[in-house]
Design a protein around this ligand. Structure first.
Ligand code: GDP
Length: 438
């Protein structure tokens, strides 16, 4: 997606402008000082142009000090991917030399650059703004992000600076929505922070560490991911000290919002009754699922192997044995990025389709290998089967008589299907249809 990137020194009002352009009243993200993320973004539409608005928040630490090489590098990373740049200046403070430098460097990128002077709350102020014209920019935008003044001109200019239409097929897929679910204290918020690469800003020990934002967008070179409703993870935890089932309540709320679920378990203690309750919700939803066994840094791998851990998990949580499991550490960051890879993988698996001829050929061979058993022990036949849906792959089985599978047989049937059609990482749903109940 096209990107419009807001750049500027602290206190210029970047996050206020960010939220204004998104037409958000409440701050989406920066609720506490020092909590600015390195990079925050959200989808935005202005004058029917769709783009991603990016706030470079914490890139520019201090106006007094020259830009550190690292900060410069990060800023350029963001600026490089931008289609339009907004340089935000503080109209009350006056132009600082560092800002002039920043302006020149940005200009060199040769991209559309809009210079925006913020905090102009009265027209009287504009008289003293001659300084800003010395940058050499033909057009300056004087606004008050706080009081929503001067924004319509800016919005028009942003839209005009964006290319007319996305070239066909270039549109990035929408972010994959991932819900991080699990009981309290397994490390959900630590993982979210780790995935955002901003653990220095948000740590569990900080009093009142809440984020107003509900979703967090993260981007890799491949695509973007939306971690759904992360704010509440922390909020609920505090309440949860007394109410053990908070993790379950939260999962209930978040599962419907997600494309993919990541069940977090604590490697020191798993799976507990609460883990099973959350896992059951994940199973019932039929959504693609992966398991992150967190706090693996505390585990002595000479004593507990990955295979041991998997056995322990799936002995108790057999019903979600299709979910790939990765051992991670939110503390060290080990393998946490694998969560995103696996999220892609399980989502793709959930989209798999199998053609009807293949299915029925397979059905003939499995029916020949083992007679179908119903719950009541009676034999029955499946005359025909076809795939009716994806996410999860759902198969309708037309039987010769009213019957339901014996659980053990259903397990066998599904396992064989998984192997035959490479459906290993996804839930699979079977719907039996008998002639009488059409
Ligand atoms: P949540 O309730 O699931 O969001 O859990 P938190 O993220 O608040 O983590 C609970 C506790 O576990 C905190 O004290 C974290 O510092 C700690 N923790 C989280 N992840 C790890 C990890 O990978 N390794 C270790 N050693 N501790 C962790």
């Amino acid at each position: 997606m096209r990107q419009v990137v807001i750049v500027g020194y602290p206190n210029a009002g970047k996050s206020t402008l960010f939220n204004r352009l998104l037409h958000q009243k409440k701050s989406l993200v920066h609720s506490l000082p020092g909590m600015t993320r390195d990079r925050v973004s959200a989808p935005c539409v202005l004058h029917e142009k769709r783009f991603e608005l990016v706030d470079t928040g914490g890139f520019f630490d201090s106006l007094a000090e020259p830009l550190s090489p690292q900060v410069k590098k990060m800023a350029w990373e963001a600026a490089k991917t931008a289609d339009v740049l907004l340089l935000l200046l503080d109209g009350r403070r006056g132009l600082a030399p560092a800002e002039t430098d920043l302006y020149r460097s940005l200009k060199k990128l040769g991209k559309p650059l809009l210079v925006v002077v913020n905090k102009i709350d009265t027209s009287a102020q504009e008289a003293g703004l001659g300084d800003y014209y010395r940058l050499g920019e033909e057009r300056l935008f004087f606004i008050s992000a706080e009081h929503a003044l001067g924004l319509s001109d800016l919005e028009e200019a942003v839209a005009a600076a964006l290319p007319a239409a996305e070239p066909a097929g270039a549109e990035e897929p929408p972010p994959l929505r991932i819900a991080i679910i699990g009981r309290i204290n397994v490390g959900k918020s630590s993982l979210v922070n780790r995935l955002c690469g901003e653990e220095r800003f948000i740590v569990s020990e900080l009093p009142g560490t809440t984020r107003d934002s509900s979703d967090v967008l993260i981007r890799t070179d491949r695509r973007s991911y939306r971690l759904v409703d992360t704010a509440g993870i922390r909020k609920l935890n505090r309440v949860a000290d007394e109410r053990e089932s908070a993790g379950v309540i939260k999962a209930k709320k978040n599962i419907p919002l997600a494309d993919v679920l990541c069940l977090v378990l604590d490697a020191q203690e798993f799976p507990t009754h609460q883990d099973a309750a959350v896992a059951k919700l994940a199973f019932d939803s039929g959504k693609p699922l992966l398991i992150a066994l967190n706090k693996w840094d505390l585990i002595d791998e000479n004593r507990v192997s990955l295979a041991n851990a998997k056995n322990l998990v799936f002995q108790r949580l057999e019903f979600i044995d299709y979910a790939p499991l990765v051992t991670v550490s939110a503390l060290t960051g080990k393998r946490t990025m694998r969560i995103l890879d696996l999220a892609d993988k399980v989502y793709q698996s959930g989209l798999k389709t199998v053609g009807t001829p293949r299915l029925n050929k397979w059905l003939a061979s499995i029916s020949a290998a083992k007679a179908l058993l119903s719950k009541t022990g009676k034999r029955f036949k499946i005359r025909y089967m076809t795939q009716k849906d994806v996410l999860p792959p759902t198969f309708v089985l037309f039987t010769n008589t009213q019957a339901s599978f014996a659980p053990a047989y259903e397990k066998y049937f599904v396992k064989e299907m998984r192997d035959a059609f490479d459906l290993r990482d996804t839930p699979v749903k079977l719907v039996l249809k008998s002639p009488s109940k059409k």
